[in-house]
Design a protein around this ligand. Structure first.
Ligand code: CAA
Length: 259
């Protein structure tokens, strides 16, 4: 457990759990919360004993967006010049694999934070949306880009222009969500997936994440070339030697960190 103000950070084996914890504001994401999430993500990246980060909210809300009360009186000079949302990009740059377990509202910055994670698991109660248009703004933490990549132009335009929410089933059909589970099993299922990822060689999970991420940043030909370089690089690692030897010897691998 930890002494953070806006999150509860805890460890379960090799999984770093971050619970967003501003229940009175439906976990609205203020600067303090983003700074605290970033601090934990950076620590996880630097810690070989952390193999996966699991971010979750409450039953009612993963997060209802960036904190509107903190933004309401800001001007262009501040938002563009000081660039407070640049801090969010640093969370997106986390190298350790990240799972978002979403129950209830994931709106605006809440949806954007979930989309910065590598896998979104949702409870049937989840509601995703980019309702910024209702406030006279647009998504400002990558939503127009990541949502469009995840669900395509048609649905991204629909969500960003109408501000409507989509439920978990629609979000899964559209490709935003990896799995939908019953509300009472979300924590357990998300932890199971996180522990599975965390059980592998951290190096290979980081490189797998990097390789899949390339698909979104470049064309297929360039992406495949980048993947090939990353793939080849893994053949210089002890975990590749051990992983393949263990398979052929019909035993569980002992990753470098455990030797
Ligand atoms: N920022 C600050 N406070 C918020 C908030 C937010 N994004 N979302 C909810 N809250 C607060 C409410 O003000 C309310 O506080 P009080 O009890 O002190 O009045 C409390 O959380 C509970 O909210 P509601 O009473 O509104 O709860 P509800 O169940 O009736 O409605 C909701 C839930 C539909 C999610 C509604 O709260 C809502 O529409 N929230 C705003 C959603 C939104 O516009 N998000 C985008 C924010 S902008 C953004 O994120 C920019 C970006 O891209 C980075």
């Amino acid at each position: 457990m930890s002494d953070y103000e806006t999150i509860i950070a805890s460890r379960e084996g090799r999984v770093q759990v971050i619970q967003l914890n501003r229940p009175k504001a439906l976990n609205a994401l203020n600067a303090k919360l983003i700074a605290e999430v970033l601090e934990v993500c950076r620590a996880a990246d630097a810690d070989e004993s952390v193999g996966c980060i699991l971010i979750k909210g409450s039953e009612k809300a993963f997060a209802a967006g960036a904190d509107i009360s903190e933004m309401a009186d800001k001007d262009y000079d501040h938002i563009y010049g000081v660039n407070p949302f640049g801090e969010w990009d640093k969370i997106a740059a986390t190298r350790t694999p990240m799972i978002a377990a979403v129950s209830g509202f994931a709106l605006g910055g809440g949806c954007e934070l979930a989309m910065m994670c590598d896998i979104i698991m949702a409870s049937t109660t989840a509601r995703f949306g980019q309702p910024e248009i209702k406030l006279g703004i647009i998504p400002g933490a990558g939503g127009t880009q990541r949502l469009t990549q995840a669900v395509g132009k048609a649905k991204a335009m629909d969500l960003c222009l109408t501000g409507r929410m989509m439920d978990a089933e629609e979000a899964e059909r559209a490709g935003l969500v990896a799995r939908v589970v019953e509300p009472e099993t979300l924590d357990e299922e998300a932890m199971k997936a996180a522990a599975t990822i965390a059980g592998y060689s951290k190096l290979s999970t980081i490189i797998a994440k990097d390789a899949v991420g390339r698909a979104q940043d470049m064309g297929v030909t360039e992406g495949v070339q980048a993947e090939r370089r990353l793939f080849a690089g893994l053949f210089a690692t002890a975990d590749q030697k051990e992983g393949m030897a263990a398979f052929m010897e019909k035993r569980a691998p002992v990753w470098k960190r455990d030797r």
